[in-house]
Design a protein around this ligand. Structure first.
Ligand code: GLU
Ligand code: MG
Length: 454
């Protein structure tokens, strides 16, 4: 048995932890390879091997066929040491340790289909054109399931203290683990659906905000697993219940940390730039959904009166709008400029967070470039508008299915240009394979399958 430098010998192997080098793939599944943590330092510059066709793997298991990669090529997963996560061992469970990676060619050049690169390029463009840095946070909802999923005990009442206490010791353990993982969780609370919870986290700059979204999901799943449960971020567990959303909160700061979105003198305190940015997101909303809500169960969550995103419009406070301006809380000396943000409510956890955030930002940037007019700020229920009012408020519907979302992306010339042809082809091959696999099953069955994956 060969022993290399730094490789734990037979004697100390039981004392050595594993550390995983991972990436988040096009279907938002975290995949990678583990090594002994004693070997990590030696691998930081070379990473570990990876295969292009791994980005054609579907969340359902098999590789999508056809796909643009085939059996050819080699890549590296190159760890970003800013993302080193370690949740300590607990009661016989080993520590969870991983680093998020960029996917690069073997000579170190970025790989064209790397999702982190997609977001990085977008952030660079935004900074060059608008002089703005993005601050964002991903607000996740999920449901705690016992395994198997059918074996669910009755849930306590929505938002009740009892529901929270019944979630112990998970609630305390998960918040501690998220702090240890550097995710900066802010709250823990029971949500509306059975066994549903939400954990908002503090905003972070651009890439780090999407990293946090990946880390949060994995840490939540880990702590649930340690307690013989499963945490599912599936967009919809059962069609009769509220879904699990991912709401992406955005602000843009200039070099001095001042908000580029804030103008106290204008409606809803939105600057002209913010209005154009919002208008871009709304204009490209149907195409965007192919990247932000991209599973066969995603569209069913985004129907009216689910408090998800029932309509493509901008609103203040209103939880039926795709784009919401959350309240500016004056209480306790709250600073409105620091609080002002746009909340994109149309994402879910089947979306790769780097692609989702990157695409939303590109849509906003397109709106600024085209100097789009300010979208009206809707008051009231978008579903109640008659056709003429809906037109006036620019209210439209989101695609009713993944097929429609992919069609909208194909038809939106601007949005199509956000992805390189290879990334677009790979993405479509995964999504088409998911659609094929879901065809012929009813929505309940597809929800069940996706709940076991996400
Ligand atoms: N569960 C809702 C969704 O699917 C969100 C509810 C809320 O937090 O406003 O997005
Ligand atoms: Mg919520």
């Amino acid at each position: 048995m060969g022993q290399r430098h730094g490789h734990p010998g037979d004697a100390d192997v039981s004392a050595s932890d594993l550390v995983a080098l991972v990436c988040c793939d096009l279907g938002a599944i975290v995949r990678g390879r583990s090594l002994f943590s004693s070997e990590l330092d030696a691998q930081l510059e070379q990473g570990v091997g990876w295969v292009p066709a791994n980005h054609a793997l579907t969340p359902l298991g098999p590789v999508a066929e056809p796909n643009p990669f085939g059996s050819i090529g080699d890549l590296r997963l190159l760890p970003d040491t800013d993302t080193h996560v370690r949740v300590p061992a607990d009661q016989g469970e080993p520590a969870l340790e991983f680093l998020l990676c960029d996917i690069v060619e073997t000579d170190g050049r970025p790989w064209e289909c790397c999702p982190r690169r997609f977001l990085r390029d977008t952030l660079d463009e935004l900074e060059q054109e608008l002089g703005g840095r993005v601050m964002a946070s991903f607000e996740h909802e999920f449901q705690l399931l016992r395994w198997p999923i059918s074996d669910r005990s009755p849930s306590a009442l929505p938002f009740s203290l009892e529901a929270q206490r019944l979630a112990e010791p998970f609630a305390t353990a998960v918040m501690r683990a998220l702090v240890q993982a550097g995710v900066a969780p802010e709250r823990f609370f029971p949500e509306y659906a059975a066994h549903q919870f939400e954990i908002p986290v503090a905003p972070a700059e651009g890439l780090a905000s999407a990293d946090r979204s990946v880390v949060l999901r994995e840490v939540v799943r880990e702590i649930a697993r340690r307690l013989q449960m499963r945490a599912s971020f599936v967009p919809l567990l059962t069609p009769a219940e509220a879904g699990n959303g991912v709401h992406i909160h955005l602000s843009l700061l200039d070099a001095d940390g001042k908000s580029l979105l804030y103008d106290a003198a204008r409606p809803a305190c939105l600057s002209e730039l913010a209005e154009r940015f919002a208008a871009g997101i709304l204009r490209h909303a149907r195409a965007l959904s192919a990247l932000t809500a991209p599973s066969p169960v995603s569209a069913a969550r985004l129907a009216p009166h689910r408090w998800s995103a029932g309509a493509v419009c901008l609103a203040q406070g209103n939880r039926e709008a795709l784009l919401r301006i959350p309240p500016l809380v004056a209480l306790g000396g709250g600073d409105p400029e620091r609080q002002l943000r746009l909340e994109y409510r149309g994402a879910d956890a089947t979306a790769n967070p780097y692609l989702a955030l990157g695409a939303i930002l590109r849509a906003g940037l397109a709106g600024v470039r085209e100097e789009l007019p300010a979208p009206p700020i809707l008051e009231g229920d978008p579903a109640e508008l008659d056709a003429e009012e809906a037109e006036r408020y620019g209210v439209g519907g989101l695609p009713a299915s993944l097929e429609e979302s992919l069609q909208a992306l194909a038809e939106d010339r601007v949005a199509r240009g956000w992805m390189s042809p290879l990334l677009y082809d790979a993405y479509l091959s995964v999504k088409r394979a998911e659609l094929d696999a879901a065809s012929g099953s009813d929505v309940e069955e597809v929800c069940r399958r996706y709940a076991a994956i996400y």
